[in-house]
Design a protein around this ligand. Sequence first.
Ligand code: ATP
Length: 270
Amino acid sequence: MGLTASSPVVLEGENLTMRFGGLVAMAEVAFTLKRGEILGIIGPNGAGKSTLLNIITGIYIPSSGEVRLEGERLNGVPAHKIVARGIARTFQSSRLFGDLSVLDNVIIGRHTHTKAGVFDAIFRRGRAKAELDAAAAHAETLLKSVSRGLHEQRHRPAGELAQADRRRLEIARALATDPKVLLLDEPSSGMDDADTDALMDDIRAVCAQRPDLALMIIEHDMRLVASLPHRVMVLDYGQKLADGPYEEIRKIPRVQEAYLGRKAAQHAGA
Ligand SMILES: Nc1ncnc2c1ncn2[C@@H]1O[C@H](COP(=O)(O)OP(=O)(O)OP(=O)(O)O)[C@@H](O)[C@H]1O
């Protein structure tokens, strides 16, 4: 199915404000994310993008406002329970277990946030072999669905992977929790154009196989922002400057100034 005009809202934020002492990192921001939708989040350094992700995932509790997943309020719900409710994320910096195999990283991803815990997931003595086999089979299927190339490297230590494959693995690991919403924090950072294009193809394939999955992607790479999201939200100094299809928001002079700098805005004839 994917995104249609009647797709329901899966995640929404209302009136979100985040203060750190005297600093207002986020001021009355509202957003919606529909089932099957890909929402891009852009903005200059310090605009509040990571703060928004941290609020959604329960790392920060907003000073005011609320986040709702399928209508249920998430404020104050601990981070691990938010994962269990269906929100998964990747991080700007890699959080893989470099010494463990690609496959084990995915198996752990499924269990990291459950009561059973990481070590239980892999090392517990007496754990039924059938259960472990099922976890490995699930992880293999998941790896294949994200990237055949990554699946072929499933027995290599994650630390030996090329950077683009590490990003794919982080996505696979996040998907291991069967999320309704996947948050990607700068998935293409540090990648060249060819790797970014290949990653975009893989993200499209992931979405095509999971038409109900909603994605929120923080990104600086305008090539990705221009082509992958259905809609783009622009933050600046913790405020929402614009929200709409890329072709529309890119024409707004304030967005050009905030994001691209005044020179670029003049260059674009704004
Ligand atoms: N835990 C914190 N304590 C104090 N200030 C914070 C904290 N987290 C974020 N901030 C401040 O909030 C503002 C927004 O930061 P945030 O990291 O959300 O921006 P960003 O858009 O993600 O930037 P970048 O693109 O550099 O990652 C910044 O001024 C930052 O210094």
